[in-house]
Design a protein around this ligand. Structure first.
Ligand SMILES: Nc1ncnc2c1ncn2[C@@H]1O[C@H](COP(=O)(O)OP(=O)(O)OP(=O)(O)O)[C@@H](O)[C@H]1O
Length: 458
């Protein structure tokens, strides 16, 4: 089973460039969450912060009781073993066939014999539909197959948390649809905690249990899918509809006058489209254990959601499920009502619970964040995110790079890193621990250098 990832007050800057501040959210155990946001808002940086490849200046990432931002090297090493990562290009070694690529973490990290390795690799290749392609080289296969091979490799060490960095990038819509189904099925089979960074609206609408959105250097929202999919916050609505009209501009945020004019011009086209039902599992795949856990959690906090989200949650339940939670609302039509003491968070229509339903809890506030408004933050926090780094730095996880950036001339000096553990970007390449499974950690210095050389091949 997966583990919960609790992120608290996380802030990251590169030199004087703030990427995001005060990000707080919890990735619930075994559920699928998606992180959205305009380009350059720091989604990939967020993934790297979760596995300790980048050190935030403030905040915590707590996994199994260990704060990834403030722990010993050995604790970090152990926590990283919980992760599997699917990189955009699959991060396969070009000179190895698919079998050896997928077997790589097992050979590097375990003492398993070749017979056992063959069994595990075969099992994972079957899970991702790659049986028969063992001997192919990455250069000989399609982008979709590369992703699936990367996914098989991320699975071999049985990770409890799987991060997907734009799994749909470069794929056509049909391949994306297959990959999305595969992700949902794999979640059912592994019950691991999934976090997917994507730009694909269809993926965001159909795959996750929870959605988050980074915007204007903050976590604008994070919560159950129904919350964001029914949100009328202009930036969230614009993003989830892929519209030009709205506060998100080509490379920077528009001013409020322009945004208002565009939204007025949209007229009746504004509004939130119907929620597409979430993808179910394929025939023969075991039920997703996360579904029931999530239902319990979301229903417990139903009263804290907006009326639109409440209605969407109720509509997503079967008759039996409604009965289980004592929900008597006929949500698809007409107003639904939670009772006088359970108004919807936005004061609108409410969902009615049976009097003895007994669900009183509320979602923790960090689960239902809201967009920062003009008055909330310093002007600089509301500036548009820059699309280029303040300094010339190379890819952060590349062995020879230094994402510990020097301040540009005249720029404010970077804030000191308060955590006692040395920031990973400040360590010599051979001291860095790659992420377990997809970025396997290695035992000796020689192996480590060999690994990083191979990573450099990508
Ligand atoms: N190692 C680094 N050093 C300095 N700046 C960096 C580093 N890594 C990322 N950045 C900067 O952080 C910002 C956010 O980058 P990131 O790749 O996380 O954005 P993103 O939201 O994933 O974008 P996209 O959706 O286009 O992939 C960018 O301005 C990027 O240049």
């Amino acid at each position: 089973m997966g583990v919960e990832v609790a992120v608290e007050g996380l802030s990251k800057s590169f030199g004087s460039q703030n990427i995001w501040s005060d990000v707080t959210l919890t990735l619930p155990t075994g559920e699928i969450s998606v992180l959205l946001g305009p380009s350059g808002t720091g989604k990939s940086v967020f993934l790297k912060a979760l596995v300790g490849l980048l050190s935030p200046e403030h905040g915590k990432v707590v996994i199994n009781g260990v704060d990834v931002c403030d722990c010993s090297e050995s604790q970090l090493y152990e926590v990283r073993k919980l992760f599997g990562v699917l990189f955009q290009d699959g991060a396969l070694f070009g000179s190895m066939n698919l079998y050896d690529n997928i077997a790589f973490p097992l050979r590097e990290h375990t003492r398993k014999g070749e017979a056992e390795i063959r069994r595990i690799v075969g099992e994972k290749m079957e899970m991702v539909g790659l049986v028969g392609s063992e001997d192919k080289l990455p250069g000989e296969i399609s982008g979709g197959m590369k992703k699936r091979a990367g996914l098989a490799r991320a699975l071999v060490l049985e990770p409890e948390i799987i991060l997907f960095d734009e799994p749909d990038s470069g794929l056509d819509p049909v391949r994306t649809a297959y990959l999305n189904q595969l992700i949902v099925d794999l979640n059912a089979q592994t019950d691991a905690t999934f976090l997917i960074v994507t730009h694909d609206i269809n993926t965001a609408r159909t795959v996750p249990d929870n959605i988050g959105m980074l915007y204007r250097r903050h976590l604008a929202m994070f919560g159950p899918r129904e919350v964001l999919l029914t949100s009328t916050e202009p930036a969230v609505e614009q993003f989830l509809n892929g519209r030009r009209a709205g506060p998100i501009g080509m490379s920077e945020e528009k001013d409020s006058g322009q945004t208002a004019a565009e939204l007025a011009e949209l007229g009746d086209d504004q509004g939130v489209p119907e929620i597409i039902p979430q993808l179910g599992i394929s025939p023969g795949v075991p039920e997703r254990a996360a579904v029931r856990r999530r239902q319990d959690r979301v229903i417990a906090g139903l009263g804290s959601l907006t009326s639109g989200a409440q209605r969407a949650v109720v509509n997503s339940l079967s008759e039996d499920e409604r009965a289980r939670y004592g929900l008597v609302a006929d949500a698809p039509t007409g107003p639904v009502d939670l009772g006088a003491d359970r108004p919807a968070a936005d004061g609108g229509d409410t969902v009615r619970l049976a009097p003895d339903a007994g669900f009183a809890g509320e979602l923790p506030t960090e689960q239902v964040a809201r967009l920062p408004r003009e008055g909330d933050a310093s002007p600089s926090a509301l500036d548009s995110p820059r699309e280029t780094p303040a300094q010339d730095v190379s890819e952060s996880d590349a062995p020879s790079s230094a994402d510990h950036v020097q301040p540009a001339a005249g720029a404010a000096p970077p804030r000191p890193t308060p955590h006692p553990r040395r920031a990973p970007e400040q360590r010599a390449p051979e001291q860095r621990q790659p992420v377990a499974s997809a970025e396997p950690a290695v035992s000796g210095g020689r192996k480590r250098r060999r690994f990083w050389r191979k990573r450099g091949e990508r």
